[in-house]
Design a protein. Sequence first.
Length: 551
Amino acid sequence: LQLSPLQKARYEYQPKLPKALQSDLASISVEFGAATEAIADQARLKELFAKTYGKPIASFTSGSNDVSSKLLRVGVILSGGQAPGGHNVIAGIYDGLKKGNPESVLIGFKGGPSGLLEKDYVEITDSFMDEYRNTGGFDMIGSGRTKISTDQQFADSLRVAKELQLNAVVVIGGDDSNTNAALLAEYFIQEGTNIQVIGVPKTIDGDLKNEYIETSFGFDTAVKTYAELIGNIGRDANSAKKYWHFIKLMGRSASHIALECALQTRPNICLISEEIAEKKQTLEQIVNSIADTVVTRSSNGENFGLVLIPEGLIEFIPEMNELIAQLNDLLAKEAAEYEKLSSFEDQTAWVISKLSAASGAVFKELPADIQKQLLMDRDPHGNVQVSRIETEKLLIGMVEKRLVELQKAGSYSGKFSALNHFFGYEGRCAFPSNFDADYCYSLGYTAFLLIAQGLTGYLSSVRNLDKPAAEWQAGGIPLTMMMNMEQRHGSAKPVIRKALVELDGKPFQEFVKHRQIWATQTSYVFPGAIQYYGPAEVCDQPTITLGLERS
Ligand code: FBP
């Protein structure tokens, strides 16, 4: 394996830990708060999580304990999309376990939750771990999107955990994966075992956060990677002055990534899905407002610009949302009939005949490529794969049309030449920023401490993140505390609530304060590449979103 100079240098990086975790393991104590409640639907959740509901928040402080040297066997799973820092979570768990008792064992389930179901695993050793410290990606053990949902899958998880004599399983995942972790924790107790389950908040999307989870890991590195590229493109656009760049950004439903990138780079336009849904804006209105900005900039002699588009946008436009809901339902309920249709023409004709008149008309108007993308398979959690829908191209096409109309009407005489980009996968496996490297290692170490304390059904939590790492506070938040009941596939299911952009929140309000100016006056900021070495103000700063939310 050929290693880059940066990879070799990053092996030497020692992630920072909160002060309370820097001492001997035996000098760390746990404190518990009062019993907790779920955010909604408390009575139903109490029934569903009879053994794990309502536990107290746990916090680690300086003190003492007599459990950290227990011999433990732990299994770890990377679940869902890659996020920079996952390897450091594993490193934190590993180092904690070995520090506590060199005989303790960490095994990694391969390829995500299916590794647990199929007993496909690898034991993590010193040399194996060292190859992956401070590196991006999930290639150490791989990841996957298998959902543990059937009775058989729950039974298989338990059987494998017992066969491997595990004390605990750590699930490193997003909202859906941690919902799974909560269910597994409950199931293991209900089945009379004391195998623990601990979650770790991962996702570049930044939508697994709440009062107690300030950010999910990977968001910091991913947005800094995208912001670098957007800044570079902005400078290119401002140099050549001839292209409009339409940039779709990953993030699934929530627009956190797009918003943070806008705060970092000051583009001319950044669409925020949550605002579009709130204002019930139609696709036509969105297109018209982009075209208006193109016209204004053109009249200032600037036939170029930057437009940021959150990848989930399409699901938030009311008429598209209704269409997608009907398609989801139709493709789930009448899958057998749909699968008999082999040509795209037959599929669209069949779909249109089954949709309501309004949704059928919306579907019919869409370009064939977008129609195809809307008919693609759903992911195992039933979500439309928004990363594969080319909204940026759809918008370019529609803005072009609108500008032709304006040209004909005599209200526009500029030149519009647009390029499309999609930034997503390139941000998920970057070398974790110092923030993510430190945060992830701390989350992993904390997960170990929660296990040593015999806790289950908790999410590893590290807070106070706008302060230097030494001032961070480590602990555990009961998973049931973040849950409510939501309709999924036609029935009410317990889930961890996804955090969308809050329109009255400080990050969005900050954007609103400036967006008018950014639209017309070129105000691009060039963040440059993530820096790993140098002054703290360049290397260790958290995101603007985190800073504003904590201010
Ligand atoms: P997670 O929610 O699992 O962290 O996934 C993040 C994400 O990168 C989304 O932003 C994106 O929509 C999706 O994964 C893409 O999924 P896939 O990797 O299966 O193409």
